[in-house]
Structures are given as structure tokens and as C-alpha cells.
Design a protein around this ligand. Structure first.
Ligand SMILES: [Zn+2]
Length: 384
């Protein structure tokens, strides 16, 4: 079966690359200006030159003061995983801004040892922490279904990662939830929140769930009782609680590499001893053995793999040049995640042929051409 990927994600037929970074116009919701510069690069320029960061920090202090509690209750929820970004945010809020955070982690689908080690080290650096762990049998079932039907095995994790902090906010009477960066803004996407510190709860479905909330899977034989841990709290409960979602990246200059250095020093963070498959970095997104397949599917659907995303951000942060970025993309982007491949097949209970049939069903004609048994990008960044 082939799918109409282009229509589903509203992808332009003519592939164009940003003049400044490595990302193309195939990233869903990204926009390009008349000079051929992507919205994320324009935002990065604005971030460096157009924002008064002292003023933003004053806004952060005001926000903290507004939510700060004196009765011992938690005053902010920080969604985290033990990775560099959430740990940085939680540590700053607690030790620099004097807040009383509750760190909340939604369990990885299939945890790695290094991810668990970093989570433990983070907690040990002085945090109250809650781990949400759904029934692993249901998680497996959902991962397999999401891989087959959505082309993204990561979707069940995204449900919990998004919804569990909302539950904990209601349960613990906490109004403020502080995320790290606004991915839509930092990586290219819907810019409507670029100049706002917070996010509409109502946007959750659209940006994170591809329009398919957890309840959708009832159609595929998953019971509502099984789906319950993945669902959002009742919308009216979230509204009644006054839940307000903010991004730390609005208040403080967001630089993933600086976060990494910060966590090395303060939260016991350890990078991996080898680079992650599909990219050249050793310190981002280490928690889940399913990760590699999430990034690989993005490469299949959009021609945008993990190295494209990583280099684009590093070019915008002036860490590498565009030329270096393009060379890294040519070398690593779309590398098959072979390390956990057999485990992935077992985990999803899927045969190898079926796995490749699913992968190939997500290849759009305007992105891929077939050459014998091989698939080739029609327009890679190094030939553009
Ligand atoms: Zn760009």
C-alpha cells in the first residue's frame, strides 16, 4: 500500500532548502521568506538580536512570583526525562529561581540503560520526581499500531509526555507547567506562538497527536481502560485548575549545547559513549530504544533525518557552518537504526517484510526515486 504522504502533510511538490541551514520546505508547517530563509533561521536571528533577554528574565521572575507558594505545595511542574533539556529547566527553576518544582517523567517506551542512569542522576541532584509508567503490554500494542498506521512508533510516548504533566497539574493543584523549548518555533513550524511565552492547551491535539488523540485507537481494538493512562485529563478540569503551559526558551536564551554543559556540571548528566545512529551527536535524546525509528520515519516521510535537524539547529546557533552541516547530513542522515532493529521487530511483533512494507508505504514520489532495490532522495541538500 502507498499512502498520499504529500497530501496528508501538505508538502510542497518542489523541494527547496533554506539558504542558511540544512532544513527543507518539507518540514510540516515550516515557512520560507522571499529570500529563501526558513522561519526557524529567522527566529534564531531574532533571538540573537531582537530580544532583550534581561527584560525576559524579569518576566520570568514575575511569573515565578505569581506562582510561588508558601504552604509547601509544588508551584511548578517540569516535564523531564533525565535528558539535558528538562534537567536544565528543573535545576534552574529550583536552584536559581527558588521554585519548588515537581519533576514529572513519562516512562520511555523501551528505556535505554544510559537514559535511566541519567534520570537517576538527575533525581539524585535534588528533586521530587514522579514517573508515570503505563502497562508495558498496552504500550507495546500501541507502539506497534502507531508504527503501522501512523508511520510513527513514538506516538504513544508523545501522548503520555504531553498529557501526564496535565494530569499531575490537576492532581497536585499546580497551575504552572514549564517546558523547555517551543519546538515549533525553534525547529521550524507554526510561528503563531513565537512571541508568546505560553501555549494554548487546545493546540495539543494538532501539533502533537497528528489529529489522532489516544481515544482513536479504540477503533483498532484497544479498550478505553487500556487507553486511559495515555489520555488527557478532562478539558474542563484543566481549565478549572488554571493550568498554564510556558516555555523556558521564551524567557532564557535556548542553546541545547549550553544545556548539555550545564547538566554535566549540575545534574550528573553523562553523554553516551558512542554517537546516536542517524546523527553525529552523543548527548541528545538518549532515553528510548524506539527513538531511532521515530527519526528514521521522519527521514522517510520528509527527507529530513536526525542529522538535518541537529545540523540546522547548530548552524543557527553558530556552532557549525552550513558547509559543515551539509557534509554531516550527507554522511549520517537517514542512517538505518540497526542497533535496536531486531529488538524493535520483537517489541512490535512485526515480521521483517512487513516492517519494510510499512516503511516504503511512507515514501512520497516527489521525495524518493527507486533505483533497482535502492531508494534515493531526488533532491538531497548536498546536490541543491
Ligand atoms: Zn533555515
Amino acid at each position: 500500500m502507498r499512502r498520499d504522504v504529500q497530501k496528508q502533510y501538505n508538502l510542497p511538490t518542489e523541494i527547496r532548502f533554506c539558504k542558511l541551514c540544512t532544513v527543507s520546505n518539507q518540514r510540516p508547517r515550516i515557512t520560507f521568506d522571499e529570500e529563501g530563509v526558513c522561519s526557524a533561521c529567522n527566529y534564531a536571528k531574532f533571538k540573537r538580536n531582537g530580544i532583550d533577554w534581561d527584560q525576559r528574565e524579569r518576566e520570568l521572575l514575575e511569573l515565578c512570583d505569581k506562582h510561588r507558594k508558601t504552604n509547601g505545595e509544588y508551584d511548578v511542574i517540569v516535564p523531564c526525562s533525565g535528558g539535558k533539556d528538562g534537567s536544565f529547566v528543573a535545576h534552574q527553576l529550583k536552584y536559581k529561581y527558588g521554585m519548588n518544582p515537581l519533576a514529572v517523567t513519562w516512562a520511555p517506551l523501551n528505556a535505554t540503560a544510559i537514559g535511566r542512569q541519567n534520570l537517576d542522576a538527575f533525581i539524585a541532584s535534588g528533586f521530587n520526581h514522579i514517573l508515570g509508567t503505563p502497562n508495558p503490554i498496552v504500550t507495546r500494542k500501541l507502539t506497534s499500531l502507531a508504527f503501522k498506521h501512523l508511520g510513527d512508533p513514538f506516538q504513544p510516548f508523545i501522548y503520555g509526555q504531553t498529557n501526564y504533566p496535565l494530569h499531575m497539574a490537576v492532581k497536585h493543584n499546580v497551575q504552572l507547567i514549564m517546558y523547555g523549548e517551543n519546538g515549533e518555533v525553534e525547529y521550524g513550524g507554526d510561528m503563531k506562538n513565537a512571541f508568546k511565552p505560553n501555549r494554548e492547551i487546545a493546540d495539543h491535539d494538532k501539533h502533537y497527536f497528528s489529529g489522532l488523540p489516544p481515544e482513536f485507537w479504540a477503533e483498532h481494538g484497544v479498550s478505553l481502560a487500556e487507553l486511559y493512562p495515555f489520555m488527557a485529563p478532562k478539558f474542563e478540569d484543566t481549565v478549572r485548575n488554571g493550568t498554564d503551559i510556558h516555555f523556558f526558551g521564551y524567557y532564557k536564551f535556548w542553546d541545547p549545547q549550553e544545556n548539555y554543559y550545564y547538566c554535566l556540571e549540575h545534574t550528573g548528566f553523562t553523554p553516551n559513549n558512542e554517537r546516536s545512529e542517524g546523527t553525529y551527536s552523543k548527548y541528545a535524546s538518549l532515553d528510548d530504544k524506539i527513538d531511532g525509528f521515530h527519526y528514521y520515519l521522519a527521514y522517510i516521510k520528509f527527507g529530513i533525518g536526525r542529522t538535518t535537524s541537529d545540523t540546522a539547529h547548530e548552524i543557527r546557533d553558530n556552532r557549525i557552518t552550513r558547509e559543515e552541516g551539509v557534509a554531516l547530513v550527507q554522511r549520517y542522515d537517514g542512517e538505518f537504526p540497526k542497533k535496536h532493529y531486531q529488538e524493535f521487530l520483537d517489541y512490535c511483533d512485526i515480521a521483517e517484510d512487513d516492517f519494510h512494507a510499512v516503511i516504503d508505504s511512507w515514501r512520497a514520489d516527489h521525495i524518493w526515486e527507486q533505483d533497482g532495490n535502492d531508494w534515493r532522495l531526488r533532491k538531497p541538500v548536498w546536490q541543491s
